[in-house]
Design a protein. Sequence first.
Length: 377
Amino acid sequence: MTTQTTRIVIVGAGLSGLYAAYLLQHRGISDFVVLEARDELGGRIASINAEGQAVQHSSKNSIVDRFDLGPTWFWPGYQQELDELVDALGVERFEQFEAGDMVMERAYEGPAVRMRGYVSSPPSMRLVGGMGALVEALLRKVNPQKIICGQTVRLLRKDDTHVEVESKNAHGAVTTWRTEHVLLALPPRLLESTVDFEPSLPAELARLWRTTATWMAPQAKYIAIYETPFWRDQGLSGGGRSMRGPLGEIHDASMPGGSSALFGFIGVPASTRGKIPDEMLRKLCREQLVRMFGPAAAMPKAEFIKDWAQDSCTATSADVNAIAQHAAVPSTSASSGPWHGCLTGIASEWASQFPGYLAGAVEAARLGVQDLISFKE
């Protein structure tokens, strides 16, 4: 076992964890470490390229033609803090394509029908390069030596003066980090389910964290990538809704100047789709796109399913039967007792204004860093 000492430990290198690291550095605080269980950074921000291969988010990555498996949009019209961060980091954005009619399957039987499409107001915006571009822009600002992947945190132990954070790598080697403060950039339910606390968290706080739904955990996305946006030639927006499925909601996922794509949220419950072979589910999704958008949809050049309910770094067993909804906001910290003043939740689910959204991750990280600094001062 190896022992390290650092002032602050950030658990999780999704958007909230990376933004917290960025804010600490901006304030001149360099004595911290970010521990990430995955081998890849970004958390629920994940993407594939035009060949259907997972994109490795790094500061040297210059791939633009890629597609989001996790969060896809933001709304500058009312998510001002995230909008300002996108501007400050110099990330390009573009408006979600919504021009044209949408397609509806109103029942299991009968043909799909064409109807006037919906237009978001304020507009839904996407990032050139996908949301991974935001991760990469932050990585260019944060000291890479402060971020350690492949470190799964399993235990937090409080003594009189410090918190000991135990993490384990893929080979089973354990490192203990002695620290003053821990910023928890994992969803509350995942944290409460997978990390042991010694002594235990206050019972009511543990219950609140355990019952807070993790945004996207029950969701699965299907993406089909094409050479051209053939649906646009028909005057269609790429938008669709279906009571038949397996996709319940469909959108144009094309990249400006790059490949074209459609993506949909799979409406089959996580407990059911986990029993369906992946190839069968892809086949059913392709057949649906043909029903709704025509025969050109039958031959995507690449396709991909990301089932977040099967991602152990996102979902727990409680999420398999959960309803996809934004959760009520739990307390970010213990109000008294041994854990008071040394733990702060900063994942998106802890945001008061935009829980579950990317904007919530930014909000919660900012407030968590502010509270840490004010408490220590």
